[in-house]
Design a binder for this molecule. Structure first.
Ligand code: FAD
Length: 539
């Protein structure tokens, strides 16, 4: 009997016990001790045999493969997953559930403690349901999120998610990111086909200078190992070191987020995310547990040094937040646990490589204002799972690569909609002395305040409930023309016509570069791209 005294769940003193009947494989035995250490008890490196890549044949799964007894020979991994964060752990569970033998290599199996990935949009929750992972937001003190409240210059507007058509449990969720990840890791590790190992992947192993055949990684004892599999999926997050050989990484750091935890305070609107349209840029609040509220302050461009951060927050930010949160905000600053993360954007620009794929932030990033990263990652996993399902043998790397080209296309509606909205909304919400920018920002607030279709449309896009790029364009330009209309009515002047024209130009200038980076054709004319129709011998 392997006892998983999951200290990651210590706040409710839950003890999870996995019996040997649910944990056949000795590969993924972890001791979860009270210091949060998840130490592999057995690290015999079954996959990392030094057998030359050519001799490796991963288990060819039949399409209707059932759970084979996991023999653990060096040729058993079908897929290597690098990183067990949000994407890696969800992917490991998904592929193993489909009968693949999965070897996950994660740098640190302790519960992560970070300020990212704490709000899962309802669209992401729907993807969790599709993957059978929705119970991972249970028992972690996750809070339901029903929409957003937007604050600007003393006014506020409530933007509920359009959830009427969905079953009762569908909503957004806020939680501690580490608790969520740990739940997914536990769920994945409990599957027969998953071997989860602590180690840092150093590089990808290439054969014939073109096909990725596995990884070189280092375990805690400093030893280097090689692991081989017909497919390696790199999910090593936003600071990925491995993405360089698999994509053209155009990482742009637009701003940074400063994170604080406010304790024992009430949000003005419980169960809603709060977005303050502050100067110079937005501030977010959302409840991440029954006693804690996360505050993320966006700081554009310039970097504020750690030493000056507390003063900056008190002098520049405190006066702009809702009065109900003021004291808790100051107290959080005084307690000093101020964390910072860069906000990076990176369009997906893969270099299709036989034997390897990128997923999650390693593959594609967007500004975190709209909390879309996990939704995109989970949606990508659903697309990939559906594409891989009918493929019995992952060994034909070239044909697999061609087949997976359609992945880049099929992911587009969800990914492009969320990415474009995040980038565009962030720019619209930035305070600016420029007159058309000011008008556009105000028009956006007023348009959303109209309610009904005018708020539910954009919020359905943001939440991943309606991943439709055309609807995004429609609402974006509707905001711009709403701004122009207000300027010109009831009596237009030449000056106002001039500003109106500049509002439209400004809107084009904001959205067009993002769409261009996303790929105009893939985003709006996906069926004109032949890959999907070329591949489906397997469909
Ligand atoms: C400030 C901020 C706030 C955000 N807020 C939200 C939000 O509210 N909602 C939302 O949906 N998204 C949010 N995001 C984005 C979200 O955090 C990411 O999209 C999501 O975490 C991506 O998951 P991932 O699995 O790709 O990366 P991660 O979850 O970061 O996982 C990467 C994993 O890879 C491991 N790893 C790294 N290198 C190696 C290596 N060499 N070998 C082995 N393992 C390795 C790491 O230890 C880690 O466990 C936010 C981002 C930022 C910057």
């Amino acid at each position: 009997m392997l006892s998983l005294s999951s200290h990651s769940l210590a706040y409710n003193k839950t003890t999870v016990t996995i019996s040997e009947s649910t944990c056949h494989s000795s590969f993924f035995k972890f001791s979860y001790n009270k210091s949060h250490y998840h130490t592999p008890l057995l690290t015999s490196n079954h996959f990392s045999a030094a057998s030359p890549p050519l001799l490796r044949t991963a288990t060819a799964l039949c399409c209707n493969a059932t759970a084979d007894p996991y023999l653990g020979s060096s040729s058993d991994a079908d897929v290597i997953i690098v990183g067990a964060g949000v994407a890696g752990s969800a992917l490991a569970y998904t592929l193993a559930k489909d009968g693949r033998h999965v070897h996950v290599i994660e740098r640190n199996l302790r519960e992560p403690d970070r300020i990212v990935g704490e709000l899962l949009q309802p669209g992401g929750y729907l993807k969790l349901i599709e993957l059978g992972l929705e119970d991972c937001v249970e028992q972690i003190d996750a809070q339901r999120v029903l929409g957003y409240v937007l604050f600007k210059d003393g006014k506020k507007t409530k933007l509920p998610y359009p959830l009427e058509k969905f079953r009762a449990d569908v909503a957004g969720r806020c939680f501690h990111n580490g608790r969520f990840i740990q739940r997914m890791r536990e769920k994945a590790a409990a599957l027969h086909h998953v071997r989860m190992e602590q180690g840092t992947v150093i590089s990808l192993l290439e054969q014939d200078n073109r096909t990725i055949v596995g990884v070189l990684y280092k375990t805690k004892d400093g030893q280097e190992h090689k692991a081989y599999a017909p497919l390696t999926i790199v999910c090593d997050g936003c600071f990925s070191k491995l993405r360089r050989s698999l994509c053209y990484p155009k990482v742009e750091v637009t701003s940074s987020c400063v994170g604080l935890v406010l304790e024992n305070c009430q949000l003005p609107f419980e169960n809603y995310g709060h977005v303050i349209l502050a100067d110079p840029s937005p501030i977010l609040f959302y409840r991440i547990s029954s006693t804690e509220v996360r505050c993320l302050v966006d700081i554009p461009g310039q970097r504020v040094g750690k030493a000056g951060m507390a003063n900056y927050l008190k002098a520049m930010v405190a006066s702009q937040i809702p009065p109900e949160l003021h004291d808790a905000f100051i107290s959080a600053i005084d307690h000093g646990k101020i964390r910072t993360m860069p906000n990076s954007s990176m369009p997906a620009d893969p270099y299709p490589t036989p034997g390897a794929l990128l997923m999650g932030d390693a593959f594609n990033m967007r500004h975190p204002l709209t909390g879309g990263g996990m939704t995109v990652a989970l949606s990508d996993i659903v697309v990939l799972r559906n594409l891989l399902k009918p493929i019995c043998d992952l060994n034909d790397a070239t044909s697999l690569c061609i087949h997976l080209e359609s992945f880049y296309l099929l992911r587009k509606p969800m990914a492009s909609t969320i990415n474009t909205l995040a980038g565009a909304l962030y720019k619209v919400f930035l305070a600016s002395p420029n007159e058309p920018r000011k008008e556009l920002r105000q028009a956006c607030f007023d348009y959303l305040s109209l309610g009904h279709y005018f708020s539910s449309g954009p919020i359905a896009l943001l939440s991943g409930l309606n991943p439709c790029p055309l609807s995004l364009i429609h609402h974006f330009f509707a905001v711009a023309f709403y701004g122009v209309g207000r300027l010109l009515l009831p009596f237009p002047s030449f000056e106002r016509i001039g500003i109106g024209a500049r509002i439209v130009l400004c809107a084009v200038g904001i959205i067009f570069p993002i769409i261009k980076a996303e790929g105009l054709r893939q985003m709006f004319f996906p069926t004109s791209i032949p890959a999907f129709y070329r591949a489906p011998a397997y469909r």
